[in-house]
Design a protein around this ligand. Structure first.
Ligand code: NAP
Length: 461
């Protein structure tokens, strides 16, 4: 059996991908389980060299990978090129971290003992990745896993498997063994169940919706698998009275409209001090009007299509709900008739007079729609910002250190940007609080979930 990958900008067919059978997936899992014995014994410096070669190979193929990514995901080509760099930055970072998996010795309470702590790879890791960053969400799991000495099997999203298939092929081309990294394809629940039911897999690492994350966590309980969960978000972006508004607007555009608003760290609620509400809204409107919607392969395009009909419908429902409850459309769609259903384009939209009765203030949008609400004092801003089960990313704009420190201390979020709309980086720990997930990816923290801690006590000295 096969499934089709189509271009969300044009609806055109790109390629057929084989759906792996149950037998094939079980065999791939078994191969990677057995491959662990060999890969975990490759010394850390050689693992590091393999990762560096993989990164270089991806860079050699950067243009071709970016073009495939734009075709299957829809994002503008310059964003796809940027994502290839972002994806290899994780491989480069963990190529170095492979050599820094340090243990420690602990002073014992008697001279007749030595206590030594060391770290070992946890075994075979299974990853399930989303369509919004088909390269980077995969490498920020694969790179620390391989660096730690784990073997790795990945199931990419059915909308965007081609980028991942290519990255795994390139890993094999530079000599990373086929039983150290593998890709399998099939629907999420089908492959997900085979992963969670497998006794060979020791860890599940997932990026995607909170709903699916909960299923995977529940299904991992019987065999007590390790889990890392990078789930949904509903990021607040607070603009304090003293903020530099030009900077705030420029960074709002960056964090809200990148990837057509389809990132888990996208600002989803703009929370603006009432005294600067009009000025900020007008400035934002002017900038949003300049954004060009189109096919990601066209150089001029700033905003590509959203990924599929389901996403499109959810965004339109949120828009209609907000307008029906009194929101004013400052720029963008006024109604569904402006929307092109065939190819899933949503025009960048800013909503004013938004209130907490509207779905958009509670549900993740995953689209280029920015709702603006206002606050009177910082306590109220925090109350609005934290009024969600999510806790992934939050942003605020202020040049007052007291305001900034206060907001930092009380925002219940794992990633915070202060005058910064793009905080994600390979060298920093990314991850959510509350229902946005468990564990961190990136930074020195990002390799820990792939390691077991072993404690040795030597006695009778
Ligand atoms: P999704 O439905 O959760 O899909 C993500 C992945 O999970 C896909 O590979 C999908 O496979 C698979 N999947 C679906 N149902 C499954 C099941 N029952 N068991 C196992 N796997 C299953 O989410 P999405 O709509 O693709 O992505 C949007 C969501 O991801 C948003 O909520 C967003 O916030 C979140 N996200 C979070 C992060 C982060 O870092 N925290 C990053 C990106 C996205 P199929 O494609 O085959 O269905």
């Amino acid at each position: 059996m096969t499934f089709e990958v189509n271009n969300p900008a044009t609806g055109e067919f790109i390629e057929k991908v084989k759906t792996n059978t149950e037998e094939e997936i079980k065999q791939a899992i078994k191969n990677c389980y057995e491959g662990f014995k060999t890969w975990s014994e490759v010394n850390a410096h050689d693992r590091s060299n393999y990762l560096s070669k993989w990164s270089d190979k991806i860079q050699e193929n950067k243009e071709a990978i970016a073009e495939v990514m734009t075709k299957e995901n829809g994002k503008p080509l310059r964003e796809s090129l940027g994502e290839v760099d972002y994806a290899t930055s994780y491989i480069d970072w963990y190529a170095e971290e492979a050599k820094r998996i340090y243990g420690r010795t602990i002073p014992a309470n008697t001279t007749a003992k030595r206590i030594v702590v060391s770290h070992q790879p946890i075994g075979l890791v299974a990853a399930i990745t989303p369509w919004n960053f088909p390269a980077a969400m995969m490498t920020r799991k694969a790179a620390p896993a391989l660096a730690a000495g784990c073997t790795f099997i990945v199931k990419p999203a059915s909308e965007t498997p081609l980028t991942t298939i290519k990255l795994v092929e390139l890993a094999h081309e530079v000599g990373i063994p086929k039983d150290a990294i593998q890709c399998v394809n099939g629907s999420g629940s089908y492959v997900g169940d085979l992963f969670t039911n497998s006794k060979y897999i020791r860890k599940i690492t997932f990026t995607g919706s909170t709903e699916v994350g909960k299923i995977l966590m529940k299904n991992s309980v019987d065999s007590i698998k390790h889990v890392t969960m990078e789930l949904g978000g509903h990021a607040p972006l607070i603009i304090a009275e003293d903020a530099d508004l030009d900077l705030a607007v420029q960074q709002t555009i960056q964090t809200k409209f990148r990837n057509a608003g389809q990132t888990c760290v996208c600002a989803n609620r703009l929370i603006v001090h009432e005294n600067i509400l009009e000025e900020y809204s007008e400035k934002l409107k002017k900038e949003v009007e300049k954004l060009i919607v189109g096919n990601g392969l066209d150089d001029a395009t700033d905003i590509g299509p959203v990924i599929n009909q389901k996403s499109y419908d959810k965004i339109v429902d949120q828009l209609n709900d907000a307008v029906a409850k009194g929101a004013e459309v400052l720029v963008g769609n006024k109604n569904e008739a402006n929307l092109d259903k065939e190819s899933f384009f949503i025009y960048p939209t800013v909503l004013k007079n938004v209130n907490d009765k509207m779905d958009i203030m509670h549900e993740e949008t995953f689209g280029p729609v920015a709702p603006i609400t206002s606050f009177k004092n910082l306590e109220e801003a925090i109350e609005i910002a934290n009024d969600t089960p999510y806790g992934l990313a939050a942003y605020f704009f202020t040049n007052d250190y007291r305001t900034g420190t206060y907001l930092h201390d009380y925002l219940e979020y794992g990633v915070i940007g202060w005058n910064d709309g793009g905080p994600s980086a390979a060298h920093a720990p990314f991850g959510g609080m509350k229902e946005s997930g468990l564990g961190r990816e990136g930074g020195i923290e990002g390799i820990e979930p792939y390691l077991e801690t072993k404690y040795l006590s030597i006695g009778n000295l």
